[in-house]
Design a binder for this molecule. Structure first.
Ligand code: ATP
Ligand code: CA
Ligand code: CA
Length: 391
């Protein structure tokens, strides 16, 4: 499959921004690591570097000379993110190399509607998302709870955050660009043939791309889904328990609008190179097939949502707006990757207004802007219908 995004070369409109970002990260990550422990003092969470670090092109006492424009740099809660990286087993040198190595980043063609930009590191490991001021506020607010949550549940499905930063461009318009660095959920050696962004709502939840433009990099939505996912029993139990914990956490933090991102790699395919939708070999057996994938090397790296062998059962909808179609009894072996993304939208006043407005026109539970409790309920109801155990 072809790689996602456009490499940011010299002349690209965000070339300098990319250089700034790389310089800034190298500056913050490169500083000597303090404590080795995973315990943090409460003050770590409000420690915002009040001072901006200035990066003049000619260099300064603390910053190297560079080829970009002059800019300023700020890290949010650097100690917390350093500890998170440690918790998530991110090696500092590898992290720097992925983001600030000689390879350029790639810019994705705005995958979301919110106006954020997305960048992928050349090795596909990290995804960088520009953020609105309100999203930074939400992340800062929930950081202590987020830290506790991801520390308590090593199988958590919520997006992994590794850093939160801001670049301020010098000059008359002091434009600020805020961004978060997270793990790319779909980073894998094996090909991802389809990806779905699932919320459990039906309104507008269908791709607007014509069939001919849909490929393996297209993010499909709830109404495009024509399978249910069947996980092995013990994995399914772990999945349910973790989705419940993660949703409780998000609900408590008054978060909504998040999705379960699912990447599917079809096994036993009759694919020709580069084909978007390979024909997988369907079987009609209702019982677990034994030929899933017994390669121990693969199994060793299976974690909840990472590299998980499963089966999909094909479904058909009886009408266009039906969220989950009827099972057909036809199966295909797959490997799944999934996690919960876009968790920085809180239930603010604008959403309340949007909801009030939309309720005049649509069934109010079918749209995505509902309150966090309803959101989480609808999300779980849906997720537990499209994921089931394989028996
Ligand atoms: P909107 O608010 O309109 O939904 P957004 O700009 O907030 O959009 P996201 O929902 O965060 O964007 O992400 C858009 C798409 O980018 C997702 O559907 C997914 O395909 C991809 N994406 C986002 N985060 C990740 C991640 N951590 N790993 C892999 N892919 C991701
Ligand atoms: Ca989203
Ligand atoms: Ca969003």
């Amino acid at each position: 499959t072809k790689r996602q995004g456009v490499t940011i070369c010299k002349g690209h409109k965000n070339y300098e921004l990319m250089l700034n970002l790389q310089l800034g990260i190298r500056h913050s990550v490169g500083r000597p690591a303090p404590t080795k422990s995973l315990k943090l003092k409460p003050t770590a969470f409000d420690a915002e570097q009040k001072l901006w670090t200035k990066f003049p092109p000619e260099g300064s006492k603390h910053t190297p000379p560079h080829q970009s424009c002059e800019f300023k740099w700020k890290d949010y809660c650097p100690l917390v993110f350093r500890t998170l990286r440690k918790l998530f087993n991110v090696d500092t040198a590898d992290y720097m190399l992925s983001i600030c190595g000689n390879d350029a980043l790639r810019e994705l063609s705005s995958p979301g509607k919110s106006g954020s930009f997305f960048y992928l590191t050349n090795d596909d490991k990290y995804m960088i998302k520009t953020m609105k001021k309100s999203e930074v506020k939400v992340l800062k607010r929930m950081l202590p709870a987020y830290f506790e949550h991801v520390k308590s549940f090593e199988n958590t499905l919520v997006a992994k955050f590794f850093g939160l930063h801001c670049v301020k461009l010098s000059g008359p318009i002091q434009k600020k660009v805020r961004f978060v660095i997270m793990g790319n959920l779909l980073c894998t050696e094996i090909p991802i043939h389809k990806r779905f962004d699932l919320k459990g709502s039906s309104h507008g939840r269908i791709t607007d791309k014509p069939e001919s433009e849909i490929d393996a990099n297209t993010t499909l939505k709830d109404l495009d889904l024509k399978f249910i996912f069947r996980l092995q029993k013990d994995w399914f139990q772990e999945f349910c328990s973790q989705v419940n914990k993660d949703c409780d956490f998000l609900e408590q933090e008054r978060i909504m609008d998040y999705s379960l991102l699912v990447g599917i790699s079809f096994q036993d395919t009759e694919a020709t190179e580069g084909e978007a939708e390979p024909d997988c070999i369907r079987t009609t057996s209702g019982v677990s097939s034994t030929d899933v994938d017994l390669n121990p090397a693969r199994w060793a790296s299976v974690r909840l949502g990472i590299n998980m062998p499963a089966r999909v059962e094909f479904t058909v909808r009886s009408h266009e707006t039906q969220l989950v179609g009827e099972p057909t009894g036809e199966f295909c072996n797959v490997v799944l990757f999934f996690g919960i993304i876009d968790i920085l939208q809180d239930y603010d006043i604008s959403k309340k207004l949007e909801h009030a407005y939309k309720s005049f026109q649509y069934d109010s539970t079918s749209i995505s802007a509902v309150d966090p409790r309803l959101y989480s309920k609808r999300f779980r109801d849906f997720i537990f219908r499209v994921f089931t155990d394989d028996s």
